[in-house]
Design a protein around this ligand. Structure first.
Ligand SMILES: *Cc1c(COP(=O)(O)O)cnc(C)c1O
Length: 366
């Protein structure tokens, strides 16, 4: 007798479509036999990481047989020193994806709801669905979050609202006054996850910093990652800042060793190298200008972005364009699954990579 183990899975899980990752370079090598490939598909840092990180990882190699520090004391202390939060307000995650899942698992029960925007990061609906929650997707405004509509969409059974600033894959953002108005409308018992995965790339002096609001709003959780501007995507480390009570709860559902020793050491070192982040931000600004110019020269529209990527309108279904770029050894990201069937998202690379992407795109569209 065989059983239907698909039908036996939890209902939310049965309907899950797994997250689609950027295509790995090795996979394209295997498929097409190309050697010279550039990947501008996952918003990774084209400069790699700080040299301090490499040293810290090397020093950690001797301890490979030992479990990591399950409390991540050194990293939390480094976060405290840099940003001024008590250790009991910090939750470490296996990437900030882990943080998003911890929030869903701790706070959303079967049948309860969470609000997020159209074109928002795909992990929000996945995390909600996996725990049997109900997602409420609010139509975007100019590709970005319509915070007023999001606050109005909150139901009696809504536990969490997920917002990203800047958002991925659109690069859109909201301003301080919009956020403050939004927080004033959100009931005090509804948690707001403010995902700031790209905040280190923002160059505007007055840009909103979620950390400024954590003490004011007990229902606010700010998540950050080491995957983007710090260049540690492979190591999987991120963190959340929230009230002591929310942090207490998130740490109850966290795996005891969710962040490995190399990630802990690397992130601790990365926080010490502000100049690397500055260099990354500057390269990104120059690359963004290069891509905006190049896309405009090709007559293509794009969504203005404050992240390390830009989504542009191919003016036709994006998949054939994506495929043709793969043939040229250029990996970008189709975002049809984000409700943007004609758009591709390209991460900002080195100047030479951006130029190669633009040349390949020109050829593909010819
Ligand atoms: C990349 C990204 C993250 C971070 O992912 P990690 O798990 O930390 O690598 C979180 N939120 C958004 C919107 C992202 O684009």
């Amino acid at each position: 007798m065989s059983c239907d183990f698909i039908a036996l899975a939890n209902q939310g899980v049965q309907k899950l479509l797994p997250y689609q990752t950027g295509k790995p370079i090795d996979e394209l090598k295997r498929e097409l036999g190309l050697d010279d490939i550039i990947k501008l598909a996952s918003n990774e840092n084209p400069l790699g990481c700080s040299p301090l990180v490499i040293e810290a990882i090397q020093a950690e190699l001797k301890q490979v047989a030992l479990y990591p520090d399950g409390n991540g004391f050194n990293l939390k202390q480094a976060i405290q020193q840099k940003f001024g939060f008590e250790l009991n307000c910090i939750t470490l995650g296996n990437g900030s994806n882990d943080i998003l899942e911890l929030v869903a698992r701790a706070y959303i029960a079967q049948g309860e709801s969470a609000v997020y925007s159209q074109h928002a990061f795909a992990v929000y609906p996945l995390a909600v669905q996996a725990v049997g929650g109900v997602g409420i997707e609010v139509p975007a405004k100019n590709f970005g979050h319509d915070l007023e509509a999001m606050a109005a969409a909150i139901q009696a059974n809504t536990k969490v609202v997920f917002i990203a600033n800047p958002n991925n894959p659109t690069g859109t953002w909201f301003e301080r006054h919009e956020f403050e108005q939004f927080m004033a409308q959100v009931p005090a018992h509804v948690l707001v996850v403010l995902d700031e995965a790209y905040v280190e790339y923002v160059t505007d002096a007055g840009f909103i910093n979620g950390f400024d609001y954590v003490k004011q709003y007990a229902n606010l959780i700010v998540s950050r990652t080491f995957s983007k501007a710090y260049g540690l995507a492979s190591l999987r480390v991120g963190y959340a800042i929230a009230s002591a009570d929310v942090t207490n709860i998130l740490n109850r559902v966290r795996q005891p060793f969710n962040v490995n020793s190399f990630a802990l050491a690397a992130a601790t070192a990365a926080l010490q190298d502000e100049s690397f982040v500055k260099q990354s931000r500057e390269l990104n600004s120059a690359g963004m200008a290069q891509l905006e110019q190049g896309l405009s020269a090709l007559g293509l529209g794009f969504i203005p972005s404050k992240g390390n990527f830009i989504a542009f309108d191919t003016g036709r279904p994006c998949l054939p364009v994506f495929q043709a770029l793969l043939q040229q050894g250029v990996i970008v990201r189709p975002i049809a699954n984000y409700g943007l069937p004609n758009y591709l998202r390209v991460s900002i690379g080195l100047e030479s990579e951006n130029a190669r992407f633009l040349a390949a795109l020109a050829q593909v569209l010819r």
